[in-house]
Structure formats: structure tokens, C-alpha cells
Write a protein that binds this ligand. Structure first.
Ligand code: PMP
Ligand code: GLN
Length: 386
């Protein structure tokens, strides 16, 4: 393994899912739903396969049906107008979109300012692109019950070598949804320092308690400098299909496509047609999905609080971050390695998402995109163990 990748090893998700399998513990680690997405969308995929749509290489930018569905979705929800022919790129999940964007937009040595804790592929992809990551730590605010962006720290992180800001809202793993004020400050900074922005909005439909998902591209001066990434995995509960997409100006999308064409070229032909139908589902699908996840959040958050964890109630995503110090613990890694034996549950130590490992040490993430009975059982086990 070369020096750029050596520090990354095996992703924590693979490690913890393997631990769940070998111990038989309930897997609240890796974020994937244990219930598949809508039956009619599965049927749409079967129809595409059967009718021979997408069984051979689809067009490089993605099938027109999906590109049009993506732009219609951006227009309908956010009033963002994109041209399906020049301003959309379909990717092999958000993961490839992130990789291709960073590979296309960074010069070796460029600095990338990213919110810490960050989704694990960000660090690896910045490294593969020869960039340097500059983390800005989201701070746990116990009074507010959320992780907060310190705008001064963000400003201080930008230097003459900064090429882009890598943002994620709703934020994995903290569950923070960046506020209008936080996003406006990010946008002002990007404009003032003439930075590109790559924004990972895969949890755009998972926001709770009146929080609102505001795409960065809707802020003044941002549309022309922002690559927005999303994915069907989270919104439609088909994480295995790996259909993602990004939107941006023709210049940015063309640049990212240059990298993407040598990574996968294309992927998931028949599934692209099915996701096009999914994006066109009636509003009730999205409302019901959100309500279902909200109930699951409340169930697991209550169980964790009862067991003695300090819970940061997420306003978005399907993860809840906890602080284990009230349990007399301080090392999330050790805690998660021992949790299957102690409680029959698997979780993720947030420290893996930090450069400043000590900042993340006491935080542990639990996924709640699981059936009610599974969450009830997990809550029961945790309650009995602590
Ligand atoms: N970004 C974030 C913040 C994620 O949580 C995930 C998946 N868990 C991804 C990107 C990757 O999405 P995909 O499965 O579509 O590649
Ligand atoms: N994004 C998922 C999570 O945060 C995991 C995806 C993966 O395993 N790469 O849990």
C-alpha cells in the first residue's frame, strides 16, 4: 500500500460489521437500513432489467431519465435550476462523486477545509488526490444538545493554499443540520476567498424537529462555485444500488466527469431508471419516510438516555451521537470493541472521523435506520448492561 493510503487501513464500517457478524450482536454501526426501499421502485428496477433498459453501458453522464428527475427534484424542492444535459452527473453512489470531485478539482498540495468529524472517505480521497486536509472541529454544545460550527475557527482555517471547502449537511456522524446562519457564513467565506465548495447532502431528506435542509448552492454567489452531491442510498433505502449524482455548473460537472470516466466510466444501468422513478414519487413518500425515521430516532435516543449515555439528539441523518463519559468511560474505541460482549450491540467510535483523535474519543455513534423491534431489543440490552 502506498504512503498516501497507508494511514487509512480498513474502513471502520467493514471492521464493525464483521464484528457484528462474528458475535451475533445487533449492528447499529454501519449505516444501512434493514428494510429495503419501496416495492414499486424495486419493481421498476426489475422492469428495466427485463425490458433491456440499462443492461449495456448507459451514457457517461447518466441516463437522461435520471438526469431529468434530478433536476426536477432540485427545482421543485429548492428552486435550483440545473440543465439536465450539462449540469448533472450520475455517479456510483455519493462515494464516487466525492472521489471524482476531489480528484478533478485539487492540485497536489492544495488544502481542503473539512468539518471534523468527517465521513471517512473524505480523508482518504483528499489523500488520493494529493491534497491536504485541514479539519475544523464541530464542538459539542451540551446546552444546545448539538455539535456547532465555530465560525471563527472556520475563517482561521482558510489560507492562501485553500482550494475548496468540503461541507456535509445534514452531518454524519453528529446529526447536526447546519443552520441558515452557519451556511450563510460558509457561503460568504467561500465568495470572499474565492473557494470552490463540495457539499455532501446525501441526508437532505432526513431532517427532524422543524430543522430545514438548505442546500449551500441556494446561497448568494454559491451556485457557480458549488458541487452538490446526493444519493439514492439514503433517501430510498437502496444502499446496495450505488446510484448517486452531483449537480453544478457545466465547467465543474465537465471537470468532475473527466475524473469519473476513468474511475467507473458508468454504473448501475437498470437501477438508474428505477431511481428516476423514485425521485418522482409523491411528496407523501418523503414525508412518511421522515416520520418513520423520526419515530426510530426517538425510540433509540430514549433507550440510550435511559441507559445513561449523554445523547445529542440529531436534527438530521439516521445516526445518533452519544457521549460515554456519564457511563464512566472515555475511550470510544475500547468501548465499541467491548460492546458486543458487554451488551450485544455494535456501534461506531467517532474518533475514527477525527484528525484530533482526542476530541472524538468520548463519542460513539449508533444508527437507528433499523426495524422497531430491533431498536427495542438494542435499547433493552443497553439498559440491562449499563
Ligand atoms: N456521504 C455521507 C455523509 C455518507 O454517510 C455516505 C454513506 N453512508 C456517503 C457519502 C456514501 O453514499 P453512497 O452509499 O451513495 O456512496
Ligand atoms: N455511510 C455509511 C455510514 O456512515 C457507511 C457506508 C460505508 O460502509 N462505506 O455508516
Amino acid at each position: 500500500l502506498n504512503r498516501r493510503l497507508a494511514e487509512f487501513g480498513t474502513t471502520i464500517f467493514a471492521e464493525m460489521s464483521a464484528l457484528a457478524l462474528s458475535t451475533g450482536a445487533i449492528n447499529l454501526g454501519q449505516g444501512f437500513p434493514d428494510t429495503d426501499g419501496p416495492e414499486e421502485i424495486r419493481e421498476a428496477a426489475v422492469r428495466a432489467l427485463r425490458d433491456g433498459r440499462g443492461n449495456q453501458y448507459p451514457p457517461g453522464p447518466g441516463v437522461p431519465e435520471l438526469r431529468t428527475a434530478v433536476t426536477a427534484h432540485q427545482q421543485r424542492r429548492y428552486g435550483l435550476a440545473y440543465d439536465p444535459d450539462t449540469e448533472v452527473l450520475v455517479t456510483a453512489g455519493a462515494t464516487e462523486a466525492i472521489a471524482a470531485a476531489l480528484l478533478a478539482l485539487l492540485e497536489p498540495g492544495d488544502e481542503v477545509v473539512a468539518l471534523e468529524p468527517y465521513y471517512d472517505s473524505y480523508a482518504a480521497c483528499i489523500a488520493m488526490a494529493g491534497g491536504r486536509r485541514v479539519p475544523v472541529t464541530l464542538r459539542a454544545d451540551v446546552a444546545e444538545g448539538r455539535f456547532r460550527l465555530d465560525l471563527d475557527e472556520l475563517r482561521d482555517a482558510v489560507t492562501d493554499r485553500t482550494r475548496l471547502l468540503l461541507i456535509n449537511t445534514p452531518h454524519n456522524p453528529t446529526g447536526t443540520v447546519l443552520t441558515r446562519e452557519e451556511l450563510a457564513a460558509i457561503a460568504e467565506l467561500a465568495v470572499e476567498r474565492d473557494l470552490l465548495v463540495v457539499t455532501d447532502e446525501v441526508y437532505e431528506h432526513l431532517v427532524f424537529d422543524g430543522a430545514e435542509h438548505l442546500p449551500l448552492a441556494t446561497f448568494p454567489g454559491m451556485r457557480e462555485r458549488t458541487v452538490t452531491i446526493s444519493s439514492s442510498g439514503k433517501t430510498f433505502s437502496f444502499t446496495g444500488w450505488k446510484v448517486g449524482w452531483l449537480t453544478g455548473t457545466p465547467e465543474l460537472v465537465t471537470a468532475v466527469r473527466s475524473a469519473k470516466q476513468y474511475l467507473t466510466y458508468v454504473s448501475a444501468g437498470p437501477f438508474q431508471y428505477a431511481v428516476a422513478e423514485a425521485l418522482s414519487l409523491p411528496e407523501s413518500y418523503f414525508t412518511d419516510f421522515r416520520a418513520d425515521m423520526l419515530a426510530k430516532r426517538d425510540l433509540l435516543a430514549a433507550g440510550l438516555a435511559e441507559a445513561g449515555f449523554r445523547v445529542f439528539r440529531p436534527s438530521g441523518t439516521y445516526f445518533v451521537t452519544t457521549d460515554i463519559r456519564p457511563l464512566g468511560e472515555s475511550d470510544g474505541f475500547a468501548f465499541c470493541r467491548g460492546l458486543p460482549e458487554r451488551a450485544g450491540v455494535v456501534a461506531i467510535p467517532n474518533a475514527v472521523f477525527y484528525d484530533h483523535r482526542e476530541e472524538g474519543a468520548p463519542f460513539v455513534r449508533f444508527a437507528f435506520c433499523k426495524r422497531t423491534g430491533v431498536l427495542e431489543e438494542a435499547a433493552k440490552r443497553l439498559g440491562a448492561a449499563f
